[in-house]
Design a protein around this ligand. Structure first.
Ligand SMILES: [Zn+2]
Length: 569
């Protein structure tokens, strides 16, 4: 038994995530967690909401609520949707937790002691009307290049020119619209990532088994241009973790908070402490401290490619720089993007399907299967309603669902709702068993390696093999002349159902549970195909399950394609 720590990139708090976000971290992480648990390993699977920074403040202001209240409500929404998709987190935490406050301040203190933090004085726009400093992107004005009147302080969206807030003509606050702005001096802390470059390189060079996508992004940031830059880790904001040196005040940093990218990854650790404090587990340090039991933990992170630099450089810089024996990530599984019907998913334009909407129209297994079997691993992939309808109808309804329905109904009509006795398995069953043994081994290899599309393809082939067997063996015809032989065929096919249920559970947990329940068995990972396919003896009772997967109709598809084309209301 191995011990496996799994984290999914933590979703930002300011809204409901779309299916592209879901398949870029949480869903594949759940697949892996479920698989690893099914194989008998000890798993700790953590995720949380990322709650700090200005976008949360602005979203709260739009909703007319205090930011803490807004975040608490949105956490509940995201938690409920995660459960709706059957994401099996051991804990779904919050980066605003007291545990994360303490740990973030602790790391900052350690980094300061190690000489890895420097203080920098900067000039920044201050809005007197708002009573606060404004981040560059919250200053608007007229672009000096093209005259666009809603250019942001960091970039003009119209002509794409990179800007400084001081370049803007008639600058104003994007929060209040006030033009009463002035440049003020302010002090910030910088993490000296540049001083950590060699240690980070050495650590990354030791990761020969990482996916190319992960390593190439990390090395680009390490070496491009002037190399790894120091990063500001504080902001002039109200909402966030107050800047402290451990438990001590930090002179000159009063009223400032840590920048969200500094505290968000530390929440991976804090979340384990939340898990214990919530009474769900004991001793979180045995997962996170190599001096306290975590030396045999394998730590796997899941994330979209845009998050790779933070996880390969910034967060490891925090951990290594602390000089304490915290667990570093062993394997990073990163994803490209899922596009939506010829374009991109867009949260701001409401384009594509969002998690709440998806669950309103179909059960989670449909989405889980399609998204995972099309996970954007080696390149971007695309969601289209045509492909979704076609794949789901074929794989889930025509192949798996049809197989289960056909054999259980046939058995009920000829032998009753018990596994029939009599007859022996012959060469055909031996042949299918051998094929399934080979496929099972391949499926396990792909799942172990987190090769999700390959694993899905193998699982599909395993379903197809049963369907083809049943078609060729034709117990309904054989029954007319050789009842014993028909009984053996039926018994073999019924034994495939618990086998399929166990293998399919990481992808489609609800259908797998229904299949196991109908067959009166618990889900258990097969020791071998051969043992699994004679597990249910003659006389074992079962029930015919309800339809596992209804087909998606053309009218539904057309309706949904129109409904999700843009402008979410
Ligand atoms: Zn412009």
């Amino acid at each position: 038994m191995a011990r496996i720590l799994i984290t999914s990139a933590i979703p930002y708090i300011n809204g409901i995530k779309h299916l592209g976000n879901l398949v870029g971290s949480q869903l594949p992480a759940d697949l892996f967690a479920r698989y690893m648990r099914a194989r008998g390993n000890e798993v700790l699977f953590l995720c949380a909401t990322d709650e700090h920074a200005t976008p949360a403040e602005l979203a709260a202001a739009r909703a007319g609520k205090p930011v803490a209240e807004y975040c608490a409500e949105m956490w509940q929404v995201q938690d409920r949707l995660g459960q709706g998709f059957r994401l099996s987190f051991d804990h779904f935490g919050r980066s605003s937790s007291p545990q994360n406050h303490r740990l973030t301040q602790h790391f900052a203190g350690r980094l300061a002691e190690a000489g890895l933090i420097r203080e920098v004085s900067e000039k920044q726009m201050y809005s007197r009307a708002d009573g606060r400093f404004l981040p560059d992107r919250y200053i608007e004005g007229t672009c000096p290049n093209c005259g666009y009147d809603k250019a942001r302080g960091d970039q003009c969206e119209n002509c794409t020119k990179q800007l400084d807030p001081t370049d803007l003509i008639d600058p104003r606050s994007a929060i209040s619209g006030s033009t009463d702005l002035e440049v003020r001096e302010t002090k910030h802390l910088y993490l000296r990532q540049s001083a950590m470059r060699d240690r980070l390189r050495e650590w990354i060079d030791g990761k020969a088994d990482w996916p190319v996508l992960t390593t190439s992004i990390a090395k680009k940031w390490l070496d491009d241009g002037e190399g790894l830059q120091d990063r500001g880790i504080t902001r002039d904001l109200d909402w966030g973790i107050p800047v402290k040196k451990g438990t001590e005040d930090w002179p000159g940093m009063e009223g400032k908070v840590f920048y969200v990218w500094f505290d968000a990854p530390i929440e991976y650790i804090a979340c384990a402490a939340e898990w214990v404090d919530a009474g769900k587990g004991e001793d979180w340090e045995r997962w996170w401290r190599t001096d306290k039991g975590a030396e045999d933990v394998r730590y796997v992170q899941f994330m979209g490619k845009d998050n790779v630099p933070f996880h390969t450089l910034s967060f490891p810089a925090t951990i290594l720089g602390s000089g304490e024996p915290w667990k570093l990530v062993d394997y990073i599984k990163s994803f490209n993007y899922l596009n939506y019907d010829g374009g991109q998913f867009s949260t701001s334009q409401g384009r594509g399907v969002f998690m709440d909407q998806a669950l309103e129209i179909l059960p989670p297994d449909y989405w889980r299967w399609w998204l995972l079997s099309h996970a954007p691993e080696t390149s971007d992939s695309e969601f289209t309603w045509e492909a979704f309808q076609q794949d789901v109808n074929k794989d889930l309804a025509d192949v798996l669902g049809n197989f289960v329905s056909r054999i259980t109904k046939f058995c009920r009509s000829k032998f009753g709702e018990v596994v029939p006795e009599g007859g022996d398995y012959g060469p055909k069953e031996a042949e299918v068993t051998a094929e399934l043994a080979e496929r099972l081994a391949r499926y396990e290899r792909h799942m172990d390696a987190i090769e999700i599309r390959k694993a899905a393809a193998e699982l599909r082939a395993i379903w197809v093999a049963g369907n083809e067997y049943l078609q060729e063996a034709g117990p309904w015809t054989v029954f007319k002349t050789d009842e014993a032989r028909a009984a053996a065929i039926t018994r073999f096919a019924l034994n495939l159902i618990p086998f399929y249920a166990s293998l399919s559970a990481p992808f489609i947990p609800d259908a797998a549970a229904k299949m196991a329940e109908a067959m009166g068995v618990d889900l258990a990972w097969p020791e071998s195909a051969e043992a699994a396919l004679s597990a249910l003896p003659g006389g074992h009772p079962f029930t015919v399950p309800d339809v596992l997967f209804a087909k998606i109709q053309d009218e539904e598809r057309a309706d949904w394609a129109t409904r999700f084309a843009g402008v979410r209301t």
